[in-house]
Design a protein around this ligand. Sequence first.
Ligand SMILES: *Cc1c(COP(=O)(O)O)cnc(C)c1O
Length: 386
Amino acid sequence: MRPETLAIRTQTERTGEKEHSTPLFLTSSFVYDSAEDMAAAFADDSLDVNIYSRFSNPSVDEFIKKVCLLEGAEDGIATATGMAAVSACFMTFLASGDHIISASAVFGSTHTILTKYLPKWGITYSYFDMNKPESIEALIRPNTKMLYVETPSNPGLDIIDLDYVAALCKKHGILFVVDNCFATPAVQQPIKFGADLVLHSATKFIDGQGRVLGGVVVGKKDLIKQLYLFIRNTGPSLSPFNAWVLSKSLETLFVRMEKHAANAFYIANGLENHASLSWVKYPFLPSHPRYEVATRQMLNGGGILTFELKSGLEGGRKFLNSLKWLSMTNNLGDSRTIASHPASTTHSKLTEDERQSVGITPGLIRLSVGLEHPQDILEEILQALA
Ligand SMILES: *Cc1c(COP(=O)(O)O)cnc(C)c1O
């Protein structure tokens, strides 16, 4: 079956009730038929039997299984949030004395873990510029264990050639981890290009309606086993309820991503060359500096675009205040179009130089294009620009 079908037709085996849609398994623990069965479950953590919902749960397993099928991965684990997925990857595979190379353009909290927490545990990091992939190799040291990227990056929409980075990691025996949150598996499957682990903030496009938080990591079985034991023992497990919501959301992921991308492309074209903007950035606009890479590794341009107001920081505030109905919030990947101005909000505590290094310019507006009628969205933006 094709991914569109698998996203809909993968579900937990029906119970005796013969329900059509998948039930929600709101249970903390599971029972056994005998003392021997219970002893066996605890004796062998590779046994495929549910014990306790911190370890596994049918609703969570269904969600993981779907993401694995969509990403072309052997196995996966789910977490309470996207950041739990990121930090579990770091804490499972990095030890004191290790070194990690990361793109400097990464999600704000990922940046905080890399710069504030990892050094505390004796793990060093090096940043590279997403637009200079040729600079990566010189950063590799004998103790480099992991290479980490987001492509497209949040919020700068920088794109890196997955083939190129995967080959480099393979050559040097480094674990290649990709945050695929902006693209989703409906748009890009990094494992096909050689990524070892792919993670998501499921909070964004996977949920798709801004209702629940969640995270997921997929990849090779032996790596996932290590992650599983870390999650099982440290506890950032995904709740069955959130997993049930997210699994349901995956049924519509493909149609939503097609529409998000079509709307975003329409808005990007409608805004390019606008007199108030210095530039518009969208992966599938030929003016994107990595247009060729984007069209090679992505099925469409995704649902996010950015533009730079000529009027800078003050202009960004004014733009947000001129919106009539478009949402002003920091989330993304929602059916509702969202505008954010990182320089005056999420990244306001950084210096101008720090902002520049993560791709945030003073007048940068990030637009998470929703599923409303594209003309309504464009008209709303044009009136705010006016
Ligand atoms: C939101 C986000 C995260 C963090 O996910 P949470 O679910 O908020 O913890 C990580 N990476 C990217 C690219 C994100 O956009």
